[in-house]
Design a protein around this ligand. Structure first.
Ligand code: FES
Length: 278
């Protein structure tokens, strides 16, 4: 295998008008990858480095799946590539894997393109025989992604849209509250999506005393630990999402500070999820 074949795109498809799926030939990463971890890629030699969460992996085929939102120059360039093309760099797996051991009953909450991070966690929980209730939310029907994938790994799947064009109208927190009030007992709630969504999920679960993990992947900028862009406060301590996370205790994260900081980057190219829903 020649070096330029290293990170070949073996499959590419569009999931919705602004979100695409790519399966990349990366056997060494596929061998070690765990849900919750990310890779850093560069489209070409002069390209900017962007961190993207591993949406799926196939150890036998040696492939890693990424799902990205087309929101700026780099992701646009990435999306101009096709099956058979190769990426310049594809480094990983990075970050601390999501903790799933010992969980028996879990609610997995995904918002917008954050569902791409929630899905591999739901899949791993399902494979370890946990009961998985998934609640996924999108702005509108056209933006719904990974429905079949979630359905395959969930004991119950609830789809919410803000405008009611698909699933039921409303927010993921409405559905989670209904599940809890129906008497469902969860060892843990895992929420991944826009900051504001995670903030309100954490607020709800705190009322009920349910342990909650959130992924602070949405605030990551370059994923290297150097830019400082992903700094956040967790239980009064300073942490970096790309080094210490991306998963943190949702009841300890200072979301208001994180939202304020992330709006400071509004003028920067946004690779991620905050634009996705709500
Ligand atoms: Fe730059 Fe974490 S994303 S330091």
């Amino acid at each position: 295998e020649e070096w330029w074949d290293m990170y070949k795109i073996v499959k590419k498809k569009s999931l919705n008008p602004t979100v695409s799926f790519m399966e990349i030939d990366a056997p060494f990463i596929a061998k070690k990858a765990e849900p919750g971890q990310f890779i850093i890629l560069r489209v070409d030699e002069n390209g900017e480095r962007i961190p993207l969460t591993i949406a799926d992996f196939d150890r036998e085929k040696g492939t890693v799946t990424i799902i990205y939102q087309i929101v700026g120059a780099t992701t646009k360039k990435l999306d101009s590539l096709n099956e058979g093309d190769s990426l310049q760099d594809f480094v990983g797996p990075l970050g601390v894997p999501s903790h799933t051991e010992g969980l028996k009953r879990v609610a997995v909450i995904g918002g917008g393109v954050g569902c791409a991070i929630a899905y591999p966690i739901a899949k791993k929980l399902h494979q370890s025989n946990a009961v998985v209730h998934s609640v996924v939310g999108f702005r509108t029907k056209d933006l719904v992604i990974l429905e079949d994938e979630f359905a395959a790994v969930s004991d119950e799947l609830i789809i919410k849209t803000d405008d009611g064009t698909y699933g039921t109208k409303g927010l993921v927190t409405d559905a989670l509250k209904q599940l809890i009030e129906r008497g469902e007992q969860y060892d843990e709630v895992i929420a991944i999506g826009p900051l504001v969504m995670m903030k309100f999920v954490a607020r709800l679960t705190k009322e009920y005393g349910i342990k909650t993990t959130v992924s602070m992947n949405p605030i990551m900028i370059d994923g290297t630990g150097m830019c400082g862009g992903c700094r956040l406060t967790v239980g009064g301590e300073t942490k970096f999402a790309c080094v210490d996370g991306p998963d943190f205790d949702g009841h300890l994260v200072d979301f208001d500070e994180a939202m304020e900081r992330s709006s400071m980057y509004r003028d920067f190219e946004k690779h991620h999820y905050e634009a996705a829903c709500h």
